[in-house]
Design a binder for this molecule. Structure first.
Ligand code: PMP
Ligand code: GLN
Length: 410
């Protein structure tokens, strides 16, 4: 590592998504590690983006985003949450949700400020907090086999632990629901506790809702904190075309927040990228403002992905894993406990063995703990099911063959 590198980057290395994808390529493994669809997003969107690429000016877009896309986002968010955001002052288009996360964290966090994060958590949060000089305060999501996890039928928060963490004060809280990597959707009751804490500390709640349309249970249970009483002025909400339209390569995301919070976010966004590419924004805007197209497309998503989850769940069970289904997102969690007779086997080791021996790649969740040590016995892997039926079929055959051959060599 270069001695010239700023110290705040020292804790970080190459992302687990890059590492596992490279390993998958090296072993010709099926990549159920990185969360991207291996099939194209809607052709109507691609056509509009191609059209705009040929015909729009292809010079800098407005820093806050193309007006047509800000209007379309405002309408979509209103439809989803019931909350109205002014397209001119309260919506900003970013270079993916990743840049949005960076901009939001750096807009509000001073050196030394505490930031509450539910762990395991998506990797961008820790990096953005470190860059701002903030202190990541973890609140653990306990795995389903622990008493608190069982009580909430999945990955669960011990709310006494939560209260103890927030009691020390905080400037920002990060909530990702549906959650990566666990697939958890925070219930309305849980959100009420979270929102009370945020208001009580006059803090900001960053809601990363990139999986908002990938929900596999009663939609009533998916509430956005922004719609909870009195929360509009406390919430900065993030979403993205990556998951909503299945184009992770577009790198077009968006932030919605009250004008006073948005002013700070826009300053950081301006300093990092200034703007994001106009043709993609305009192409997306055309389809997103076609109400009948967008509503029928978004309604079709859960059923399409639920079938994929069902198939992968069944395959993993047949191969000896215990599956915790995703309530939302692209990912399910599978325990390999029975493969190792309950022994603590590091998930990073197990994931590497699985790539080598079964030629199927998954993500070890222990890498998503930044504010605390990962639990010693975390016998879980994250599998992405946002893949073609053919890819999932291939993964299934390989996992079964591996299990028939005796499974892991531990
Ligand atoms: N947040 C979460 C929870 C994610 O899983 C991802 C990955 N899609 C992102 C943010 C980043 O989104 P984008 O690809 O739009 O930068
Ligand atoms: N969000 C995707 C995942 O969780 C990957 C993002 C990335 O590769 N940076 O798998």
């Amino acid at each position: 590592m270069s001695m010239k590198m700023a110290k705040r980057w020292a804790p970080f290395g190459t992302s687990i998504f890059t590492e596992m994808t490279q390993l998958a390529h090296a072993h010709e493994a099926v990549n159920l590690a990185q969360g991207f669809p291996d099939f194209p997003g809607p052709e109507d969107v691609l056509k509009q983006v191609a059209h705009e690429t040929l015909h729009c000016h292809n010079q800098y877009a407005p820093a806050i985003g193309e007006s047509s896309l800000r209007q379309a986002v405002s309408a979509l968010v209103k439809e989803k949450t019931g909350i109205e955001y002014c397209p001119n002052e309260e919506v900003t288009i970013t270079t993916g949700a990743t840049e949005a996360i960076y901009s939001v964290v750096n807009a509000f966090v001073n050196p030394g400020d505490r930031v509450i994060v539910f762990e395991p958590c998506y990797d961008s949060y820790a990096q953005a907090i470190a860059n701002a000089g903030g202190v990541l305060v973890p609140v653990r999501l306990h795995s389903p086999e622990t008493p608190v996890g069982l009580a909430s039928r999945g990955w669960g928060v011990d709310w006494n632990e939560f209260r103890a963490s927030v009691a020390g004060g905080f400037k920002l809280m990060i909530l990702n629901s549906p959650h990566n990597p666990t697939g958890k959707i925070f219930t309305r009751n849980e959100l009420e506790i979270i929102c009370e804490a945020v208001k009580g500390h006059d803090a900001v709640l960053m809601c990363d809702e990139v999986y908002e349309y990938l929900v596999y249970q009663n939609l009533d249970e998916l509430a956005s904190p922004v719609a909870m009483p009195g929360m509009r002025d406390f919430v900065v909400r993030i979403s993205s075309s990556a998951k909503t339209f299945g184009f992770t390569g577009f790198k077009v995301g968006w932030v919605t927040a009250s004008a006073s919070l948005m002013r700070a976010v826009r300053l950081v966004h301006q300093g990092i990228v200034f703007c994001t590419n106009p043709a993609t924004q305009r192409g997306l805007a055309t389809m997103m403002s076609d109400i009948s197209w967008v509503s029928s497309y978004l309604q079709s998503l859960p059923a399409q992905y639920a079938k994929k989850q069902d198939f992968l769940e069944e395959s993993l069970k047949q191969a000896g894993f215990a599956v915790q289904r995703a309530q939302g997102s692209y990912f399910l969690m599978a325990s390999y406990d029975s493969h190792v007779q309950g022994a603590a086997v590091r998930d990073t080791e197990f994931a590497k063995q699985l790539i080598r021996d079964a030629r199927v790649a998954a993500i070890p969740p222990s890498v998503f703990y930044y504010g605390s040590e990962a639990p010693r016995r975390l016998n879980w892997l994250r599998f992405a099911f946002c893949k073609t039926d053919l890819t999932l079929q291939k993964a299934s055959e390989r996992l079964l063959e591996w299990a028939r051959g005796g499974g892991p060599k531990v």
